[in-house]
Ligand binder design. Structure first.
Ligand code: XIL
Length: 349
């Protein structure tokens, strides 16, 4: 028969353990970060298996699609923000912070915007779009991804309709308009393939430094961090993130983490995915200026990887499988949080 006192201590210990490890978000907050988040659309909230996971595990919600231009102003002058309200309303009701994504992005731009011919017209359209959308959510969001994916991988500017007409000026205009519409919200530059060294990371750093020197209101840089299982594209992730933070003086975040697997997924690849989640989350934990981690979805049932041309042949990038069973990746993310202070292990390059 165990004596009552040790038994009580064991029970208290177990209870504390359960509380501390209750969710990804509570665990990462105990490690000093602001949130562990996910991206959501209304369809995830009406899925009765998905919504409870979102509610339990995550402390920050990024609007996956509902605040993109194609959803918010598909027809000129006609703003449709109901779906975004659904997501933001749910998130705030559940006590979560919200990241707005994304004001200016080349993806999903409506035809009428693509067809604009003059710099002058583009300036006024951008100004009106950003002012209307940001004002509507003023005071409710933690951060906005103001511009998304402005550079090519070689560090040159992406030839979006915005860049063609305005050059780099469109970025300045976007940050200024967003700041005028909501002076409190954090304004982010967001891009992919900047979790490792290379010309794109250099270009992002140079742009952020220029913006700051000119007094343009920018507060953070988001590293999307869409990864491929064990492809060796992640050596030195923490060092690259530290470099990004230190050389710009800005806060940073991992904003769209997922780890896609070349089909077919098997046990070995799922184990490697577990290691990649651990490594990635640990990289944020190792960098004081990294405020949080957001994964780009909950269940493999819905991932963008299945729909996109550029990710053909890959799937299963998230932490829950198509039947909502937790994958090894979840344990990996938890380990990444708990290994705080330990340098992420080197990956082969
Ligand atoms: C994706 C969404 O997840 C999909 O549902 C949508 O069909 C296309 O866009 N980088 C980004 C995100 O910044 O906005 C993209 O989201 C995924 C890649």
């Amino acid at each position: 028969m165990p004596r009552p006192l040790p038994l009580l201590l064991v029970l208290i210990h177990l209870l504390l353990f359960a509380l501390v490890h209750a969710s990804l978000d509570s665990a990462i907050k105990l490690s000093g970060k602001l949130y562990f988040g996910t991206a959501l659309d209304p369809r995830h909230l009406s899925d009765t298996r998905c919504e409870p996971i979102a509610r339990r595990e995550f402390g920050s919600i990024t609007t996956e699609n509902t605040l993109k231009w194609g959803e918010t102003q598909r027809v000129r002058g006609n703003f449709t923000l109901e779906d975004a309200e659904t997501v933001v309303g749910w998130a705030m009701g559940a006590g979560k912070t919200v990241r707005g994504h994304a004001l200016v992005w080349h993806g999903g731009v409506p035809d009428w915007v693509e067809q604009i011919q003059t710099a002058e017209e583009m300036r006024s359209v951008l100004q009106a779009h950003i002012t209307t959308v940001v004002s509507r959510f003023r005071g409710r969001l933690y951060a906005w991804d103001v511009v998304n994916e402005v550079f090519n991988d070689d560090g040159s500017w992406r030839e979006s309709v915005f860049f063609r007409l305005l050059g780099a000026e469109y970025v300045r205009l976007a940050f200024r308009a967003a700041n005028a519409a909501d002076p409190e919200v954090k304004l982010y530059l967001n891009d992919y393939h900047i979790h490792h060294q290379g010309p794109k990371l250099d270009a992002v750093i140079r742009l952020a430094q220029d913006l700051r020197a000119e007094g343009v209101p920018i507060h953070g840089i988001g590293s999307q961090t869409h990864l491929v299982v064990a492809d060796g594209n992640t050596p030195g992730m923490a060092q690259s993130l530290q470099h990004l933070a230190t050389s710009t003086g800005l806060e940073i975040a991992l904003t769209e983490v997922d780890v896609r697997i070349p089909q077919p997924a098997n046990r070995r690849k799922l184990r490697e995915q577990h290691g990649d989640y651990e490594y990635t989350v640990a990289a944020c934990l190792a960098v004081p200026q990294c405020v949080g981690v957001t994964v780009w979805g909950i269940s493999d049932r819905y991932s963008w990887v299945d729909d996109s041309e550029e990710t053909r042949g890959y799937d299963a990038p998230l932490m829950w499988d198509v039947r909502y069973v937790k994958k090894l990746a979840y344990e990996g993310a938890m380990k990444g949080i708990e290994g705080r202070g330990r340098a992420p292990r080197r990956r082969r390059g």
